[in-house]
Ligand binder design. Structure first.
Ligand code: MN
Length: 203
């Protein structure tokens, strides 16, 4: 039996993030788009296993690229769902504790951080993500843009927070207005979850 990926359950109901993310939008995003990365990764792994058993060749370069695309998609979506919480019930507001201190130390203040992260998200070329990462060597928070689902940016740096700005993440609710979706994100961002992630990577 293969060790394969499975679609994680959302930590809230499909309608819990409305009106910032509608029930239709979230349902589609989770059950169709995220599921497609899980299914895609599993199919490639099974295809490789079969070829290895049969001592058959497969295109290593193409397979590695496809596999990183699907595994990256699965991993980033898993982080994204954990990054969110219903507005006023864990979502929105301001970061607290050591996450707030790290943001102030790194960016000056929260408003400056919010502006830089939002600009990174709205400015991703084509499909991709904005992400907040942590460098263990310097103790610094870093904002990055991840095009598509390529994870080979700051290799190995743990990601604390992500925002999906693929059109499939917001088109039903905001059409082509990515900026409006990015603004809505700040009302449902789960600071507690992100703060816990920071505490865990600092050890
Ligand atoms: Mn997505």
């Amino acid at each position: 039996m293969e060790n394969l990926y499975s679609l994680p359950k959302l930590p809230y109901k499909y309608d819990a993030l409305a009106p910032y993310i509608s029930e239709d939008q979230l349902t589609l995003h989770h059950t169709k788009h995220h599921q497609a990365y899980v299914t895609g990764a599993n199919a490639i792994i099974e295809k490789c296993s079969k070829a290895r058993k049969e001592k058959a060749d497969f295109d290593i370069k193409a397979t590695a690229k496809e596999l990183s695309f699907h595994i990256g998609g699965n991993r980033l979506h898993g982080l994204f769902w954990e990054n969110l919480a219903p507005a006023g019930a864990g979502g929105g507001g301001l970061p607290a504790g050591s996450l707030a201190s790290a943001i102030d130390a790194g960016f000056g203040d929260f408003d400056r951080f919010k502006k830089e992260f939002s600009t990174a998200a709205t400015g991703v070329e084509g499909s991709g993500w904005a992400a907040l990462s942590y460098c263990k060597e310097t103790g610094r928070l870093l904002i990055m843009q991840i095009e598509k689902h390529n994870l080979n940016v700051f290799p190995g740096y743990p990601i604390l927070m992500v925002l999906d700005v693929w059109e499939h993440a917001y088109y039903l609710d905001y059409r082509n207005d990515r900026g409006k979706f990015v603004e809505a994100f700040w009302s449902i961002v789960n600071w507690d979850s992100i703060g816990k992630r920071l505490a865990a990577v600092r050890h």
